[in-house]
Design a protein around this ligand. Structure first.
Ligand SMILES: Cc1cc2nc3c(=O)[nH]c(=O)nc-3n(C[C@H](O)[C@H](O)[C@H](O)COP(=O)(O)OP(=O)(O)OC[C@H]3O[C@@H](n4cnc5c(N)ncnc54)[C@H](O)[C@@H]3O)c2cc1C
Length: 484
């Protein structure tokens, strides 16, 4: 059994941020367990053509690790390089155990520590466990009849097969969310025909991307300049919450802007109708793209709406609701992730052997989206209701680390060993979250989105300004916790 003070599960930005913060707090006795054979999470795994961030990179980066980005919205290759830069700068590579797929974790009541069982690297144990397994790292593929019978190639956007040459092939892309919106413009010019299967269209706004010049990149390397730019972008993006939660007028105005964008870029009226959402702007994640609509308007691209949706697959392609059979060489599943009910992708047993799945039977919930009654010394990065639809997820991760380090420091100062949130505190917090959610467009905008769990509760998002979340995480409220 390999023993550490802290174990971190996952080596994406969540795991990296946790690791650097532990090092800064003088805690060196920790290990990162990563299921893949590479370090880095989202931006090392998602290598599909066109992959890029949709929050400006100076904001979508760790506050302590400035970087001379080459463009405003970094592409995947540069985000990958940034991840490796963070790993090198903070010497994280020695701290990672690769190919360590965590299969289950259990709290040992007697020893008061966590046991972590991996598929092929043995058992680990630690006083504290930080789950950073990623909110968008468990891909979903719908279970269509005949899925396995298809004799062509098929893969999820999350596991792009670069050995497959899609040029001049007949390709289907299933899905119309953020990943599909990036893949479609990248593929369309090179394939023989692209069939886009869209269950619901999304609202799209233009993407004001730009390259940074030499001087700007030099400035980005200087911490105060970098921080100032982050701050400016932060407040610009934060103001979007006003529309999403507080002002229907602001929401209407942005929706008009999106409709204008559609009208300007899609001359064909029938296609325009197919691409016009029937829910309020913002209810689903808004797509930022200036290249999606021109790609969808190409002669070699067909958009299949709900009335031409998929019924089944066979050896040669896809059968549709309106009786068509579409011959295909490749199917790309851009069908997203289990971002709610599968928030922790392995069984967790807490005090007395209680299963987390039972605590979450109705819907996933956690105090500050981070800790749970009955599960001492366990912290979740980007757990329930911590996602953010309007700004950088990394801001939330850094806020969570304030709370987690606050807990560890408190225990150390009082020479205690475990901290557990009180049931009343978690219940009150969860009540507050779902009350606040009622007012948002994510709950009342007339759509069903991946933000919602099977129960219909919006789980993937925090219902307000990200600075409100930051405020909540700044200090540990001792009265909300049991320390022992
Ligand atoms: C295509 C895509 C685009 C995105 N774009 C944006 C964006 O523009 N802006 C934004 O704010 N956010 C975006 N996100 C969300 C993104 O997930 C977060 O911003 C952030 O990268 C999450 O970091 P993480 O470390 O929590 O998760 P991840 O980066 O997903 O890392 C989780 C790690 O945990 C590992 N892991 C999972 N399960 C196990 C296990 N059982 N055992 C061991 N290891 C395990 C995974 O292999 C992975 O390496 C995007 C996500 C995707 C998928």
């Amino acid at each position: 059994m390999q023993t550490y003070h802290v174990l971190i599960i996952g080596s994406g930005f969540g795991g990296q941020c946790a690791a650097v913060n532990l090092l800064k707090a003088g805690i060196e006795d920790f290990r990162i367990l990563e299921r893949r054979d590479f370090f880095g999470g989202t931006w090392c795994q998602n290598t599909y053509p066109g992959a890029a961030v949709d929050v400006p990179s100076p904001l979508y980066s760790l506050s302590f690790a400035p970087y001379p980005w080459t463009r405003l919205f970094a592409e995947q290759a540069e985000l990958h390089r940034y991840t490796q830069h963070v790993a090198d700068r903070y010497q994280l590579r020695d701290k990672v155990q690769l190919q360590a797929l965590v299969e289950r974790v259990e709290w040992d009541d007697e020893q008061r520590h966590w046991r972590v069982y991996t598929a092929s690297q043995g058992t680990f144990c630690a006083a504290f466990l930080i789950n950073a397994s990623g909110p968008l790292s468990q891909p979903l593929v719908p279970s269509f009849e005949g899925l396995q019978r298809f004799a062509g190639r098929q893969f999820h956007s999350n596991a792009w097969d670069h050995a497959y040459d899609y040029r001049d092939k007949r390709v289907a892309i299933v899905g119309s969310g953020a990943s599909a919106a990036q893949i479609i413009p990248a593929l369309a010019p090179d394939v023989a025909h692209l069939h886009v299967f869209q269950r619901t269209p999304h609202w799209v706004l233009p993407r004001a991307d730009r390259r940074f010049g030499r001087f700007q990149r030099w400035l980005l390397g200087i911490k105060p300049a970098y921080t100032l730019l982050r701050w400016l972008i932060y407040w610009q993006f934060e103001s979007r919450v006003i529309a999403f939660k507080y002002s229907r007028i602001a929401l209407k105005l942005v929706q008009q802007k999106a409709l204008k964008h559609l009208k300007q870029q899609v001359p064909d009226e029938h296609l325009r109708q197919t691409l016009t959402p029937d829910f309020t702007f913002g209810c689903k994640r808004v797509i930022l793209s200036s290249t999606l609509y021109p790609a969808l308007s190409r002669d070699n691209v067909s958009v299949h709406g709900r009335e031409q949706g998929i019924t089944s697959l066979d050896e040669t392609g896809i059968n549709t609701v309106d009786g068509q059979h579409i011959d295909l060489d490749l199917i790309v599943w851009a069908t997203g992730y289990d971002a709610t009910d599968g928030a922790i992708p392995y069984p967790v047993r807490g005090k007395g052997g209680a299963l987390l799945a039972d605590a979450w039977a109705h819907y996933p919930r956690a105090y500050l989206g981070t800790s749970l009654p009955g599960f001492p010394n366990l912290f979740m990065i980007l757990g329930p209701n911590t996602g953010i639809g309007h700004t950088s997820a990394l801001f939330i991760i850094e806020s969570q680390m304030n709370y987690i380090l606050g807990c560890l420091r408190t225990l150390k100062a009082q020479a205690l060993r475990s901290i557990e949130v009180r049931q009343e505190a978690e219940s009150a917090y969860t009540r507050m979250i779902h009350q606040q959610m009622q007012r948002t467009v994510w709950k009342s905008g007339g759509c069903h989105s991946w933000y919602q769990s099977r129960s219909g509760h919006v789980i993937a998002l925090f219902p307000g300004f990200s600075f409100s979340y930051y405020q909540l995480t700044r200090r540990v409220k001792l009265a909300d916790h049991i320390l022992s």
